[in-house]
Write a protein that binds this ligand. Structure first.
Ligand code: NAP
Length: 363
């Protein structure tokens, strides 16, 4: 275990931030949890976070303001941090660009000013999808290659990470962790926040949109939230080994063909038809499907196009954790959990394992 430290965690109530906060306090560190509107710290398993043996101090702030809008005593406390872990962001898709810019770009700028003022080592949580609309292998040391971002969120995360790189060039000790698509727990599939890919799965598996633009060999990389939180926490506690690196927090790769095959194993779930994006027209969808496409599925369209693989050479060398397996068994765990909670409708009757396409068991 590393010596006890004080860590300022922004976005501590978030999906990733709460798990990072739990790990840091469990390892005996003091967390200064920057809370914004939501003051509840709830873990991915649904339980309220009980800190310990380390301690937790709540600070109320807003990263869109200089000094994070911290008041005098809290500002002095924040200045005592040995590390900063920056998880705060707006992560929903389909919002106006100025919202992303204010929180993910200007918020990061304000956070960097605080870190630079105290030269506090920073673990910045970005996204692997700063790589934008591209196919092929995206590497950890690449950033701005002139790529086109897939949406406003990705654009703002690219701009935020560019600011972080500039601060690093100005002498701030920095590590960047880039998760892919953060999803349920490795072993159980359990998930606290049904966002990102989950609403899409719900709309598609209920047959609310039946035709979707996407390549059968497009790749979704789904990373369990525990895997992300482990890597972010380790980057903070073993900072000297991670400093100066960008670490891809990758998970289970899943092609759209894998997804279709796994969905077909569940009699209660509909399987969408993926058609080449060049052959798709949203205006040709039936009237009843169109609103679901526009409000939910279209926001995810770039993810159904990209044949991208995220190289994680630095992350693997740093964490020495085994690489995750292929995506099919993991997708089944996610679906089983969503069915058990009623999110995707009632649970199907179990089929014998031998009936499954690849012979693996359900759990
Ligand atoms: N989830 C994913 O699939 C995914 C994938 C790749 C990368 N990431 C990155 O991972 C990080 C954590 O994501 P997440 O899924 O944990 O996000 P999340 O659940 O949406 O949590 C975001 C956190 O940021 C806080 N926040 C928002 N605006 C703020 C402001 N103005 N001032 C201070 N705090 C503010 C929120 O607090 P309030 O709710 O109180 O506003 C919340 O605690 C983000 O940087 C995200 O870009 C996430």
């Amino acid at each position: 275990m590393s010596d006890p430290m004080t860590v300022l965690v922004t976005g501590a109530s978030g999906f990733v931030g709460a798990e990072v906060t739990a790990r840091l306090t469990a390892a005996g560190h003091t967390v200064l949890a920057l809370l914004h509107r939501n003051g509840d710290l709830v873990r991915n398993n649904g339980r309220r976070l009980t800190p310990g043996p380390g301690s937790l101090t709540r600070l109320t702030g807003d990263i869109t303001h200089p000094g994070l809008a911290l008041t005098g005593a809290d500002r002095r406390l924040a200045a005592t941090a040995d590390r900063i872990v920056h998880c705060a962001a707006v992560t929903d898709f389909g919002l106006p660009q100025d919202r992303y810019d204010r929180i993910n770009v200007e918020g990061t700028r304000n956070l960097l000013a605080l870190a630079l003022a105290n030269r506090t080592p920073l673990v910045h949580v970005s996204t692997a999808y700063v790589s934008g609309e591209r196919d092929g292998t995206a590497r950890e040391d690449e950033l701005d290659l002139g790529q086109r971002p897939g949406n406003g969120y990705e654009k703002s995360k690219l701009a935020g990470e560019t600011l972080v790189r500039k601060a690093a060039a100005d002498g701030l000790p920095v590590t960047v962790v880039r998760p892919t698509i953060v999803t349920g727990a490795t072993r159980t599939g359990r998930v606290r926040d049904l966002k990102t890919i989950y609403p899409v799965l719900r709309v598609l598996t209920r047959g609310l949109v039946r035709t979707v633009p996407g390549h059968h060999d497009a790749v979704l990389d789904l990373v369990p939230v525990d895997r992300v939180a482990d890597l972010v926490t380790e980057a903070a506690t073993r900072f000297q080994d991670a400093e100066g690196h960008t670490l891809h927090a990758v998970g289970h790769e899943l092609t759209l063909r894998d997804m279709s095959d796994v969905l077909a194993e569940y009699p209660s779930l509909q399987v969408p038809r993926f058609v080449p994006p060049s052959a798709f027209s949203a205006s040709a969808l039936p009237d009843r499907e169109r609103p679901y496409y526009d409000r939910v599925v279209s926001l995810y369209a770039p993810y159904f196009r990209r044949r991208v693989h995220f190289d994680d050479t630095h992350a693997a060398a740093f964490s020495r954790r085994p690489a995750p397996s292929r995506g099919r068994p993991y997708l089944r765990r996610l679906l089983d959990h969503c069915l058990a909670t009623g999110y995707l409708g009632p649970a199907p009757r179990k089929e014998p394992a031998a009936a499954r396409h690849d012979g693996s068991t359900h759990r």
